[in-house]
Each structure stands twice: as C-alpha cells, then as structure tokens.
Ligand binder design. Structure first.
Ligand code: ARG
Length: 461
C-alpha cells in the first residue's frame, strides 16, 4: 500500500522514508495483532447486527479476519513499515484476501477507539496471566513456610539483629505482600475491562451502532460513558504500571534478602547450581544472578510508569499520537514482571536451600533475646522502662566480658534483680523467644498455624 492509498486523496506525495519509519509502530504493535483481529471481528458482527452492513458482508469480514489470524499463527504474516501499524496491516491483508468488502470494516470506527480496544484486551489477558503467576509464587512460599515453622532465623531492624523469627513468619510476610498485589491487579482489571469501541475518532459516529453489543461480544463489563474520555484515557495503563511497580518492589526486596543470605557474611542459604552462575575469573564464585537481575530490572518498570505519567500530563483531549508511546512501556513491563515472577518462583522452588543448622546457631549468638529479659521483669511487676534500662546495662557488661545473656549464672541474674529465677533461661532460649510472641499476627508458632491456614483460604478466593 503506498502512502497515497493509505491516506485520503488530499495527500499528494508520499512520506519521507525516515519519517515513515519514525511514525510507524508496526515493529512493536504487532504484539496486539490477535487482539486487533478479535476486536475487529466483534466490530464487524456489530455492523451486521445493526444492519449497517449486510449479514453476508459481516460473515465475510469475520472469516477473512480469521484467515489473517491463521496466517499470522503459521508465521506467514510479515507486514512492513509501509503498513504503519498493526491496524492498517490487518485491514490491508483482509482486503487482499476478501476483496472490496474488506474496505467496509472501518465503517463507524477510528484507529483511536480501535487501538484503545486492542490495548485493553491485551492488558486484560496479561493481568489474568500475571495473577496466576502470583498464585504460583505464593503456593511455593506457602510450601516452604509450612516446612519451616520451627526453623528460626534472625529478624532485623536497621539490618541489626532485632528479635528471632520463625522462617515461616518471614516468608508469610511476602505472601501477604503478593496477596495485595493479586488483589490490586483484580481492582485494576475492573477499570481495564471497559470498552472504548464505538467512541470513534473522538465524538462518536453518525451510524446507528450498538456499543453495548460489541462490548458484550468482547466480554467487556461496561462501555465508556464519554467518547472523548474513551479514546484518550490511559489511566488504566498507568494503574497497571503502578501495580506492576509494587510487584517489582516486593520481588526486589526478597531478592535483596536472598543476595545477602547467600553471602559468606550470612551463610543462611545455599544457592543450588541450577539457579546460580559462576565467575569467568574467580573459580570459587557462585553468584546470585537471578535475584540480582530481578532487583536490577525493577527500575525499568518504575521508569515506564514515570514515562506514562509524564506522557499524559500535558495532553489535550482527545487522541494525540503521543499515546502510541504507551505500547512499548506496557509490553516491556508485562514481559519484565512475568519473567521476574517466573524466575523467582523457580528460585524459591528449587534454587534455594536454607541452612537450618547455621540458622539455629545464628539465633543463639547475639542479644536478640534482650527484650525478653525486660518482658520477664515487666511480667513480674517491674515497670517496663525500668526493666529496659536494667537490661541495657546487663548487655553492656556482657559485651565487655564477651558473654551472652544465656552465659550469666543465676547468682549474677539475682544480683541484677531479685525477681530472676531459674526459669529465666527457658524464657530467653530462641525457641521460647519466638513461641512467646503469640499476639495476633506475631511470630509465635500457634499464630503461624492460624496464618498459614488463613493464607491457604486467601488462595482459594
Ligand atoms: N498506532 C497508533 C497508536 O498506537 C494507532 C492510532 C492512530 N491514530 C491516529 N489518529 N493517528 O496510537
């Protein structure tokens, strides 16, 4: 199709080749082809249903479009730059296949409502797939958590040893984060699944179309109420990128933890060979490339969110070509989030082994039971602030004499405060320290059992 054929007769000369390349989106929006075909089939059916074209013409359009789909699936459809975008490419091929009837497809429609329809159909499917991937990730988290209720791990604040935790509790924190991600995407989906088809270029159309009919064929929940809004809204894309950014925040935080857990300084996990890489020069190295890449890729998704916000902020109504820029941002974000979720799920499922012996030692080698000494006194009637100050002094003397709290004799305890009895030793054992935090949502073992069954039920809703 030459330029004169694409545009109306008002154009006298063809586009400069560099400008044609600059203008074209076919190299990337080919990703939308199946959605474009599905959207066009619904539009054709609506045109026939309302009598704008004949039933026979409608059927020809629908089956011709199906043939374009098959050609594409078989790898036989390769539109060039001259097609400009996927919408022109499909319409041109359709017309080659079925003849002049193909030229009726674009009745009562514009590429503006068409591209909006395609993008929403694409995003709807991607959101469903990402939500399923979140479920797979959560299932692995739950499995590891279930096996590690009794495994203790140091808990940190400020990356300083704070209080020991059940490893299950730590992993269930990520379950809850990804649960919010799953819910958030469900909420975004409600605003993605609205049909702009039939909004036309900006003002609607002179034809007696039935927007609800085509929307229903495409399983949209509703139609845009205002045609200008329908063709120029990209809020749904920005919301998707915001939700995706949060998924990446969560994956990146876990990645960061895995990276330092695998370091010689922590030695909390072993990276399995199937998910680790070596160094080209240092033969001893085993590198956590998977979580590093996830952490590194996070910025791309944030960047795409920023790009779309900036793209939108100064746009007058209605469609502007700037909007073509939404696609690469969406496609790259979708591909990044999916790839990262897949890799992290595999890493958790088979690439990580928690060193339980090392973890058991780690929770015994610090003062992370200090709060429990203060709690012990407070439970015996000593005002907490007083107990806190006293334990601070004990920790200071222990550090000076290179002792831990468990190394103090009963006599030494008694000298500090007469309220101490032999049960202080049990009270400050790491297992008891964890078990005792039985407040709702805490790390106590019975809380974790409740949390696990709650998480299981959240998975089935
Ligand atoms: N390729 C265009 C896009 O992605 C399709 C819509 C073009 N509309 C127009 N009025 N030029 O936004």
């Amino acid at each position: 199709m030459t330029q004169q054929q694409t545009w109306s007769q008002r154009f006298e000369s063809v586009l400069h080749p560099a400008i044609a390349r600059f203008n074209a989106s076919i190299n990337f929006d080919i990703e939308l082809i199946e959605y474009d075909i599905t959207g066009s089939q619904a539009h054709a059916k609506m045109l026939a249903h309302t009598g704008i074209i004949s039933l026979e013409e409608g059927e020809k359009l629908v089956s011709g479009l199906e043939q374009v789909r098959q050609e594409y699936r078989q790898g036989n459809f390769h539109p060039g730059i001259d097609a400009e975008d996927v919408h022109f490419a499909v319409e041109r091929r359709l017309t080659e296949i079925i003849g002049d009837v193909g030229k009726k497809l674009h009745t009562a429609r514009s590429r503006n409502d068409q591209v909006g329809t395609d993008t929403r159909l694409y995003l709807r499917e991607q959101i469903q797939q990402i939500r399923q991937q979140l479920r797979d990730f959560q299932a692995v988290l739950l499995d590891i958590a279930e096996q590690n209720i009794e495994t203790l791990i140091p808990g940190y604040t400020h990356l300083q040893r704070a209080q020991p935790l059940s490893l299950a509790h730590h992993l269930l924190a990520y379950f809850q984060m990804t649960q919010r991600d799953w819910e958030r995407l469900g909420d975004v989906l409600r605003r993605v699944n609205i049909s702009p088809l039939g909004c036309g270029a900006l003002a609607g159309t002179t034809f007696p179309i039935d927007r609800h009919y085509s929307a229903q064929l495409l399983n949209f929940d509703a139609v845009y109420e205002n045609s200008l809004d329908g063709v120029s809204d990209r809020d749904f894309a920005i919301e998707f990128l915001a939700a995706s950014s949060l998924i990446m925040v969560h994956l990146s935080r876990l990645s960061e933890e895995v990276i330092f857990w695998a370091s010689e300084e922590f030695r909390f996990v072993i990276l399995k060979d199937s998910c680790a890489t070596g160094s080209s020069i240092m033969p001893q190295k085993k590198n956590p490339d998977v979580p590093e890449l996830v952490r590194g890729k996070t910025g791309r998704v944030f960047g795409h969110l920023q790009a779309l916000l900036v793209m939108m902020k100064g746009l007058p109504l209605a469609y502007n070509k700037d909007l073509q820029e939404d696609k690469e941002a969406l496609f790259d974000s979708v591909n990044t989030v999916k790839a990262c979720l897949e890799a992290m799920t595999i890493l958790l499922r088979e690439g990580l082994e928690f060193r339980t012996q090392r973890l058991a030692e780690a929770v015994c080698e610090d003062f992370s039971n200090a709060t429990d000494v203060a709690d012990y006194l407070a439970a015996k009637g000593v005002p907490f602030r007083e107990a806190y100050n006293l334990v601070g002094k004990v920790v200071k003397t222990c550090i000076a004499s290179q002792k831990l709290l468990k190394d103090l004799s009963l006599e030494e305890w008694k000298q500090l405060h007469t309220a101490f009895e032999t049960d202080i030793y049990a009270a400050i054992s790491p297992r008891q320290v964890v078990a005792a935090r039985n407040s709702y949502g805490g790390t106590g073992f019975s809380q974790i059992s409740t949390a696990l069954s709650h998480a299981r039920s959240q998975m089935t809703t």
